[in-house]
Design a protein around this ligand. Structure first.
Ligand SMILES: NC(=O)c1ccc[n+]([C@@H]2O[C@H](COP(=O)([O-])OP(=O)(O)OC[C@H]3O[C@@H](n4cnc5c(N)ncnc54)[C@H](OP(=O)(O)O)[C@@H]3O)[C@@H](O)[C@H]2O)c1
Length: 316
């Protein structure tokens, strides 16, 4: 007798992810996931350290990032490859794919693009931090960097604050100009000019050295620091880190991976999830930094949202 045919996993393209995943739906989902993560075992988040597979002969790396949320009922692995050309100047990728499983029996339900998910979930996490830490009267947004994350942060932070002005700076001015043509903003020639009097600042660059100084930041402003994901990289000056109240997504990851935290030796006050859970204070009136490194659980809950919406619109 022929074996019963099972449904093949659905392939959800980048365009489809973009179509079904809406920032307004995603932010509360990420907020809950950050809270669950910070509850420890009780929050039901299983998020092992990512596996890194070097492909030395071809200047490549494969990252494997699994995660499970019992409260959301979602089991996911994100796979990212990053390959460089032989002269190491030109980066191919990163390319990111998410495998979404049925958490009750392990069936692979979907393979979906991970680029849009990464971009949107990262910005949604910053939006959650901004919701708790920025002044409620925030009017000026400053974005340092003008790539993929700059665009998603523009969209996410507008869900939280009613900005009257957005300023953008990028190392290459033409990139900032291209950004400003797509997202309503003013191009600044220097990061200092962009940061002046801003209520909310986002750093979304590939810089390995500080691009934002303490003296440029208005007292009481909130900074979302999204780049510098390695222990020897910094986006913020040590003085800015030391003189701010510092929040992170994962304290454990920050103490291992964040140069902004490790080099400055700044004290980490709390995780954003602690604010969601009401167990730590949100210092809205002080200068605050959210140091983001990204967490697998953010991919997990985002992939579930994508899958559920996709099935809702297209059928099982
Ligand atoms: N925390 C998280 O969860 C998370 C998730 C995803 C990404 N990230 C990080 O977010 C950052 C931005 O990612 P993305 O996808 O937006 O990158 P992207 O699209 O490549 O944009 C990078 C931006 O950084 C600028 N830049 C590059 N090198 C620089 C340098 N040495 N000094 C100053 N600016 C520089 C680029 O300007 P030019 O045009 O001059 O090169 C561009 O404006 C990266 O550090 C990435 O690792 C974090």
């Amino acid at each position: 007798m022929a074996a019963k045919m099972t449904n093949l996993p659905k392939y959800i393209t980048m365009e489809s992810v973009r179509q079904v995943l809406k920032m307004a739906d995603l932010i509360p989902v990420i907020e809950k996931a950050m809270g669950d993560f910070s509850k420890g075992e009780e929050g039901g988040v299983v998020q092992p350290v990512r596996t890194v597979v070097p492909v030395k002969e071809h200047n490549g790396v494969l990252f494997v990032m699994p995660g499970y949320s019992t409260t959301s009922g979602a089991l996911v692995t994100k796979l990212v490859t990053r390959f460089r050309d032989r002269d190491k100047t030109c980066v191919a990728g990163p390319r990111s794919t998410v495998c979404y499983f049925d958490h009750t029996n392990g069936d692979l339900k979907s393979i979906m693009d991970g680029e849009v998910i990464t971009s949107m979930r990262t910005a949604a996490a910053s939006a959650v931090a901004t919701k708790y830490l920025a002044s409620k009267e925030s009017k000026i947004l400053c974005i340092l960097g003008a790539g993929e994350q700059a665009g998603s942060h523009y969209q996410a932070l507008h869900q939280i604050c009613n900005f009257q002005e957005v300023r953008v700076w990028s190392r290459t001015i033409s990139r900032a100009q291209k950004f400003a043509a797509e997202y309503k903003s003013t191009v600044c020639e220097t990061a200092e000019e962009a940061a002046k009097d801003a209520d909310v600042i986002v750093t979304v660059t590939m810089s390995t050295k500080p691009i934002l100084e303490h003296s440029w930041v208005k007292p009481g402003a909130h900074v979302n620091c999204v780049g510098a994901c390695r222990p020897d990289w910094q986006e913020l000056s040590s003085e800015l880190m030391q003189k701010s109240v510092v929040y992170v997504d994962s304290r454990e990851a920050a103490m291992k991976e964040s140069g902004d935290v490790l080099i400055s030796k700044a004290e980490v006050y709390a995780e954003i999830g602690d604010l969601v859970n009401g167990t730590k204070e949100a210092s809205r009136d002080k200068t605050t930094v959210f140091k983001s490194l990204g967490m697998a659980v953010e991919d997990v809950v985002s992939a579930k949202l994508v899958y559920d919406k996709y099935v809702q619109q297209n059928g099982e």
